[in-house]
Design a protein around this ligand. Structure first.
Ligand SMILES: CC(C)(COP(=O)(O)OP(=O)(O)OC[C@H]1O[C@@H](n2cnc3c(N)ncnc32)[C@H](O)[C@@H]1OP(=O)(O)O)[C@@H](O)C(=O)NCCC(=O)NCCS
Length: 166
């Protein structure tokens, strides 16, 4: 039977799994690589404050009851009705539609609970899997943002995909 994809707020106890997942050498275009589990815990510890300040809402993705990744929405400081979604999935679970489903679940939360009217997804130009996730979740390619994403201290052009609340 196909397992269901759900999301829930991140917990400190997720740190070990995230540390393992994010340190995959195949995460070529993802900037966040925690050096230790402790460092990841310190990141997770800030989640509550970010939610209270309404700046960042980060969720853990579950496949059945297994932690397989994360998805989050960042609110623009001066335009809280606009957000940006980001995601990652454990490479052992790629290609099962998990990221697309997680984006759909988070987007519902952002449009309905956070009252956003626009969400964008940015990715480095060679990150074809991420572009496909955005397309499959119904985001439209809007253009190229120059030097928008940083990777290893260098700024790269990124594709911008967007969706407006219908
Ligand atoms: C991007 C990522 C989250 C996708 O997760 P996933 O659960 O495998 O995604 P889905 O299964 O929902 O969809 C992936 C789609 O991309 C396609 N895809 C994967 N690699 C691809 C490639 N190199 N070229 C083109 N399409 C590709 C898959 O075939 C699938 O499309 P399909 O269903 O039409 O076949 C995952 O690859 C990942 O975590 N990458 C590292 C972190 C990252 O780059 N995050 C995004 C930062 S912007």
């Amino acid at each position: 039977m196909k397992k269901s994809v759900t999301i829930r707020y991140q917990q400190l106890g997720d740190a070990k799994r995230f540390y393992e997942i994010l340190n995959s050498p195949n995460f070529t275009y993802f900037p966040a690589k925690p050096k230790t589990i402790k460092e990841e815990r310190e990141f997770l510890r800030k989640n509550k404050e970010w939610r209270e300040q309404k700046v960042w809402f980060n969720f853990t993705i579950l496949y059945g009851n297994k932690i397989v990744g994360a998805v989050g929405v960042h609110c623009e400081l001066h335009r809280p009705y606009c957000g940006e979604i980001g995601y990652f999935v454990d490479e052992a679970y790629w290609g099962k539609g998990i990221a697309v489903k997680a984006v759909q679940l988070l987007e519902k939360f952002a449009f309905e609970e956070l009252d956003m009217v626009r969400i964008e997804i940015n990715m480095l130009k060679p990150n074809k899997a991420s572009a496909r996730v955005a397309e499959k979740a119904g985001y439209r390619k809007e253009g190229i943002a120059r030097s928008k994403l940083m990777l290893d201290g260098e700024a790269y052009d990124s594709y911008v995909y967007g969706k407006a609340r219908s």
